[in-house]
Design a binder for this molecule. Structure first.
Ligand code: AMP
Ligand code: MG
Length: 386
């Protein structure tokens, strides 16, 4: 059995980066940017009014100004004449220097005359050209995960097809003769498949595309045939749910060996998820994930997500620290434990065993509880956000 850290570095070493493709803005949310996005223009591209109000010279000749017209949003800017003012609305173009906008709340209007009731300062209520970014500035750096804010920024500079990592093709195989689809009423001793829908949701968040899903009994010949199929050969990652352990009906390891995979490791010194195994055939990595749903979840976040990040160039998850609980010894196990929790305020979720997902929905992080024999002492626990 190897340590969690060693397992993660072996995974990293076995991953080949995936190539990039231009993706339309409506399909790049959550994907990894593979280029620096440089601003093709100043932001804003022209000086514009920040308010509904009146445009005037910064040094008006008189306190009362004649209303001489209006600049409409979308029109080119115009300079008011001395003694005159122009009506403006938020976002309309204004000259770059020598003017200001006075909000309509700060003037009194008598017929055609506008009297300013506040101090006049050059540039007030104007969003100056290039005040947010100059042409040539890097707006978004290669390697970030694109979120809705980034999508808005990309759209605002006309970058409609940013270069993003291709989605990683993942094939999920659920094994176990007792497992039935969640839509079915289980017979006695049968268990609804919760791993498959959970994996589909986890993959959707991690730049992966679920290219296939198979449901198999504990039959080695069917598992071998599935691992030989074109869909398995073309997947970058194969996730095999269940059968990773050493029971008489756990066939994952032998089937992987029989279909041309090398075993990278089998067993990780952790709780939950000890039976996890990793195998490799060319560019394809196969994870044998323990079937218990909590183990499945934890192993996905610690290992599968790490593989996906190594392939796509995704940034590492955000880390956090938490105070060591008073009753730490009660929580410790001979193996290090990765415990689903809330990061802030820090709170461990309750779980009785690795099949127990009663409270999993409220977790937003995993925290590492050191093994009982771990000699490293620290004031804090560390973990990462999901
Ligand atoms: P295994 O890893 O095959 O030994 O399975 C461990 C436990 O997880 C058993 O109780 C299985 O019934 C259960 N299990 C396996 N696959 C799933 C699944 N897809 N959904 C929910 N539970 C599962
Ligand atoms: Mg099983």
């Amino acid at each position: 059995m190897i340590s969690v850290d060693d397992a993660r570095s072996l995974i990293e070493q076995r991953c080949t980066p995936i190539s990039a493709e231009p993706g339309p803005l409506n399909a790049v949310s959550g994907r990894i940017l593979h280029e620096d996005v440089v601003s093709p223009e100043d932001l804003p591209a022209f000086s514009r009014s920040a308010m509904d109000g009146y445009l005037m010279l910064a040094e008006p000749a008189t306190a009362s100004l004649r209303l001489a017209g209006e600049i409409l949003a979308g029109d080119p800017p115009r300079q008011p004449e001395p003694g005159e003012t122009l009506r403006v609305s938020t976002g309309c173009a204004v000259p770059e220097t020598g003017v200001c906008v006075i909000r309509q709340e700060d003037v009194s209007v008598t017929g055609n005359l506008i009297t300013v009731r506040t101090k006049i300062v050059a540039g007030s209520s104007i969003r100056q050209r290039a005040s947010q970014a100059a042409r040539g500035d890097v707006l978004l750096a290669r390697g970030i995960r694109i979120n809705p804010g980034a999508i808005a920024l990309l759209a605002s500079v006309g970058k409609t097809h940013p270069l993003v990592a291709k989605p990683v093709p993942v094939f999920h195989i659920s094994t176990g003769r007792e497992i039935v689809d969640a839509s079915r009423t289980p017979g006695f001793g049968e268990i609804r498949d919760s791993n498959s829908p959970m994996i589909a949701a986890l993959l959707a968040d991690q730049c992966a595309s679920l290219v296939g899903h198979a449901k198999l009994p504990d039959d080695p010949s069917q598992l071998r045939a599935t691992l030989e199929s074109p869909i398995a050969r073309n997947a970058r990652i194969i996730l095999i749910s269940g059968g990773a352990s050493v029971g008489d009906h756990d066939h994952t390891k032998e089937c992987l060996l029989a279909t041309g995979f090398d075993i990278v490791f089998a067993g990780v010194a952790m709780k939950p998820g000890k039976p996890l195994l990793l195998a490799q055939r060319g560019e394809t990595l196969a994870f044998g994930l323990p079937g218990n749903p909590l183990s499945h979840f934890v192993c996905f976040h610690l290992f599968v997500r790490h593989a996906l990040a190594s392939i796509t160039g995704a940034p590492p998850p955000e880390r956090f620290t938490a105070p060591v609980p008073h009753d730490l010894r009660k929580l410790q196990d001979p193996r290090e434990t990765w415990w689903p929790c809330r990061s802030s305020p820090f709170d461990l979720i309750a779980w009785r065993d690795s099949s127990d997902i009663r409270h999993l929905a409220s977790a937003n992080a995993l925290v590492r509880i050191p093994a009982l024999a771990d000699p490293t002492h620290s004031d804090n626990l560390t973990g990462f956000l999901l």
